[in-house]
Design a binder for this molecule. Structure first.
Ligand code: BGC
Length: 754
């Protein structure tokens, strides 16, 4: 070889070699590169068709990747209390796999009732491991819609009536879940506070209520939890469906909060291609179904963000930059989840997961009343009778999309027998039929009467009766797609409880529900426990609290009004709840193509109670609740000492600390949830009497005292001034109210903001 040729060859091979080493790993596949660089690289290699394909479903719970480039698809699953059983590719039927049974974790209402962010972290970690094991990339939850009315069929999936409590609890759930390489999909954004007419009810709400009550938990989920995805709600707000609502998604979520994740529709929540293209929606799922049962013949290419979108881009009717933005976000989500090769492998239905579910359940149960009958000592010989269908019912069935196929379910009756012996007797007392979404099994009165008589007859001969009733996951109870029709307990339970109380003074009512209900029999029973849907470990948690092995430490995450009209949403009549029916009112979310969904025909609603939701309403109207927000008893008692302030003044860039000593004055170890509420004594706009700003759950041995310290900054004193569209704090006096519930304030301090 001549020298010149040699050099040419050598030069060529070096450049070929370096080319080869660069090209061996394209940037988008290079794990060492930052995600956004990889995303840009992937995007630059994709065709318009491939970008559009990312933006809509390919099956009931999956959306495509870019198979030509080896970019994997996304697999989603409900959410939020466990990983739902596999659904068929193309219809709502269950796929009947045999390897998809899981742990059911307590419902989110229960999680909120623990008032313990550590429990939220444990929850997120454990459910995340299960989602990962089941090879899911997106878990459809958690939900943080605010508890506005006790009739909302879906309150059990949310975290109560207070935005601060919900925000504190949602953040650790998301953070720990996402460590598994599984995205949270926080739902339902926003103002989906009832199920009745959920598909098209047109909500009107003031900016103050929006920013102070309904958005803060979502904002925390996005900014502090760093949620990778969020689900649009079914309903409309300001005449536009939430799944492509320009103000909610473009202005608030993206511009104000800087969300870098993906907006997914609720299933069947998209209704218009142009709005979907322009208003911040990224992935369209479940179109032309009602999200639960109904189907249509339309295929995935007919989706609003499929062929119709491609055509609009090609015709120049919407800019191609819209699809670049969506694809960029979706790729980011894919890189964070399905394409993340460093994620752990997960695990399912393990003893650790059961223990986590039990621990959360133990901390969630709320003791509402106790004349001393509880705890019921297992060492003492007694004839115990358990009454009520919820003692044996598989409560993970029904309820809508949160339904779970549990590997194991330990019922209250099983656990009570394990605690008190197999001779514990059982009477059904009432019967409710199968769980169905918007239909009911009608149980003939004759059957209900005979079940009640049987239970009452057995109660006469018992030393103690444990009543386990409440609501269940049937339609019109705690169930998606319908609201409750009455505030009282259904299936004649009030009558049953009254009759049981009349024949047996030792009646412990231990109800299970995700909602408040009336208690006309309260004065006649010695003890009331509020339990929730606690999933796999429901029975053991309940039995342990009843027997005293666990000292109850949950507090109510929402108020129990005495009667429905005492709740702010119900005070103003139908315009406020359920809304005024329009000509197209219906519960179906599916506007099968061509249906009239124009705004004028929709049911409409105004949130007239404004910022005064839950305890804020009870406070301002001076209407005592049956059981207030933040309330819950223990088998021990706590004494609050005098609180002290680090300073009597707080400046714009300063902070103050508030310290309160709390002592366990009883004989057993217990946990207390110390709550700090703030009152602005005088303000230019109306403000609540008090608002929860901090809380802390502490464990105290008998006789032990601990000091609880809270730090407050001017941020905590602000309200949303809608005229200026900003959070402001006005100089003046404030009160720090520290107590054991929203109405049990034990010590109050005053300070000034200068
Ligand atoms: C529900 C969502 C759920 C989705 C998928 C909808 O009906 O509103 O919360 O994630 O279905 O099952």
């Amino acid at each position: 070889m001549q020298i010149k040729q040699f050099f040419l060859f050598a030069a060529m091979s070096t450049s070929l070699l370096s080319l080869a080493s660069n090209n061996d790993i394209p940037v988008y596949l290079d794990k060492g590169k930052p995600i956004d660089e990889r995303v840009e690289d992937a995007l630059s290699r994709m065709t318009l068709e491939e970008k559009v394909a990312l933006c809509h479903a390919q099956g009931k719970f999956s959306s495509p990747g870019v198979s030509r480039l080896g970019i994997p698809e996304l697999w989603m699953s409900d959410g939020p209390h466990g990983v739902r059983a596999e659904i068929n590719w193309n219809d709502w039927g269950y796929a009947n796999w045999t390897n998809d049974s899981i742990t059911a974790f307590p419902a989110l209402t229960a999680l909120a009732a623990t008032w313990n962010p550590e429990m939220a972290a444990i929850y997120g970690k454990n459910v995340g491991e299960e989602a990962r094991y089941r090879e899911k990339d997106v878990l459809l939850g958690p939900g943080v819609n605010i508890y506005r009315t006790p009739l909302n069929g879906r309150n059990f999936e949310y975290m109560g009536e207070d935005p601060y409590l919900a925000g504190e609890m949602v953040v650790p759930y998301i953070q720990e879940l996402q460590k598994n390489g599984v995205a949270a999909c926080v739902k339902h954004f926003a103002l989906n506070n009832q199920e009745k007419w959920r598909g098209n009810i047109n909500v009107k709400v003031s900016d103050r209520a929006l920013y102070e009550i309904y958005l803060p938990a979502f904002k925390r989920a996005v900014q502090d939890g760093k949620a990778w995805s969020i689900m649009g709600a079914y309903n409309k707000v300001w005449d536009e469906h939430c799944c492509h609502n320009s103000r909610l998604l473009n202005d608030i979520l993206r511009s104000e909060w800087g969300f870098d994740g993906v907006v997914v529709t609720d299933w069947g929540g998209a209704h218009d291609t142009r709005q979907a293209a322009l208003n911040g929606l990224d992935i369209e799922m479940g179109s032309f179904t009602n999200g639960l049962t109904s189907e249509s013949d339309f295929g995935y290419n007919d989706y609003y963000l499929a062929d119709p979108y491609l055509d609009m881009i090609k015709r120049g009717e919407v800019p191609a930059s819209t699809v670049d933005d969506k694809a960029r976000r979706i790729l980011r989500l894919i890189f964070r989840t399905s394409m993340n090769t460093d994620k752990p492998f997960g695990s399912v239905a393990t003893p650790e997961h059961y223990a986590a579910a039990k621990q959360i359940g133990d901390e969630a149960i709320v003791l509402l009343k106790n004349n001393g009958i509880l705890p019921l000592d297992p060492a003492q010989q007694r004839n115990i009778l358990v009454v009520g269908e919820n003692a044996i019912r598989p409560l993970n069935q029904g309820g809508g999309s949160s339904e779970l196929k549990v590997k194991d379910m330990f019922t209250p009756l099983d656990a009570i027998r394990a605690t008190y012996g197999n001779d514990v007797k059982f009477a059904e007392g009432y019967r409710t039929g199968r769980p169905m979404y918007d239909a009911e099994d009608i149980i003939p009165d004759a059957i209900l009467d005979s079940l009640r008589s049987e239970a009452v007859a057995m109660a006469k001969n018992a030393d103690a009766v444990i009543y386990i009733g409440g609501l269940n996951k049937n339609g019109f109870q705690d169930c998606e797609s319908t609201d409750r029709r009455e505030y009282n307990l259904p299936w004649s339970q009030d009558k049953l409880i009254e009759e049981l109380a009349a024949v047996n003074p030792n009646l412990i009512v231990a109800n299970i529900s995700g909602n408040a209900y009336a208690m006309p029999w309260l004065d006649k029973v010695p003890a009331v426990l509020q339990s929730w849907y606690l999933g796999t470990m429901l029975g053991p948690s309940m039995a342990d609290v009843i027997s005293g092995r666990v000292n109850p430490s949950g507090k109510l995450p929402f108020s129990f009004p005495k009667k429905l009209e005492d709740n702010g949403a119900h005070h103003f009549g139908e315009v406020s709840y359920p809304g005024i029916e329009g000509t197209s009112a219906g519960n179906a979310v599916a506007d099968l193509k061509g249906a009239d969904v124009s705004a004028g025909n929709d049911p409409r609603q105004e949130y007239l109670e404004d910022i005064f939701v839950g305890y804020r309403w009870h406070d301002v109207k001076k209407i005592p609740a049956l059981f207030p927000f933040g309330y819950g008893l223990s088998y021990t008692t706590f004494d609050y000492g005098k609180a002290t302030l680090s300073s009597k003044e707080i400046s714009a860039d300063g902070s103050i600390t508030i310290t309160v000593p709390v002592t366990n004055t009883g004989n057993v170890e217990g946990k207390e949830i110390v709550q700090l509420y703030i009152q602005d004594e005088k303000s230019s706009l109306p403000r609540p009497i008090k608002e929860l700003k901090r809380f802390k759950k502490i464990t105290l041995a008998p006789g032990q005292t601990k000091e609880v310290t809270f730090t407050i900054t001017p941020q905590d004193l602000k309200f949303f001034d809608d005229t200026k569209h900003e959070w402001i704090v006005e100089p003046g006096k404030f009160k720090a109210m520290i107590g054991a519930s929203s109405t049990d304030i034990r010590t109050t301090l005053q300070f000034a903001y200068k």
